[in-house]
Design a protein around this ligand. Sequence first.
Ligand SMILES: [Zn+2]
Length: 235
Amino acid sequence: MCMFLRRLRMANAGTSSFILSSQMLCLSACMKAVSNMKIVKEGDKRQVVCANCGLTQATYLLRDIDFSDQSGTVKNVLAAVCDSCNEIASIPKQSTAKVKAEYNKIKTPVDIRLPAHFLDILTLAGQKIDPTLTDSFNKPLVLYYLHALSSGRYPSKDLNDLLHSDLAKAKASKRFSFKLNDNSLSEIKILIDSQGLKNNTEVFKSVILKINEDIVQQRNPKHLPELQNFAAAFA
Ligand SMILES: [Zn+2]
């Protein structure tokens, strides 16, 4: 089950907010079936089962929908509004896509401390990828690597060994902070579980040491064309 649905389920325990209906919980199935989705228009009518009124007529209207855990609101999405009681009776699939996109924007702050030379590694890697990149590329590069390593796109089996290298041993005197979405948090957990890492700090330290090994120390980095493509959006 994806993090999005898990969080909605958790929230569901204490509330009857509309967004937690069973319709939302089948969201991933809905998203997969997106190729034959029926698109509805504002003002369209349909028959619905309203929680208050039973079988009734509803009209598609723009409504703001709150996340039940108070973490945000999706503004102006099409919802089937009951013609009798004026409450939202259901959300069409096309709106659940917007709700999911909005929900994925919710970010968790993560703060770690790193040795100063780890930040130099990121700057050097960025310069090797594209000399016009600034330090603002450092975090996207780390998150890109986190994704590639956790998904198996890049091999991750030596991450733990890198943590025991001489380069890993130094005073952690620099602060490195991120705001991470649920996808990145899941990726951290995948690396912790699969590579025997202890915590967020070990994940980010090993990812940066991997960037050093793959990019900074290589004459012709294997993933350079791919990374240059990715970097084109930041230069
Ligand atoms: Zn109603």
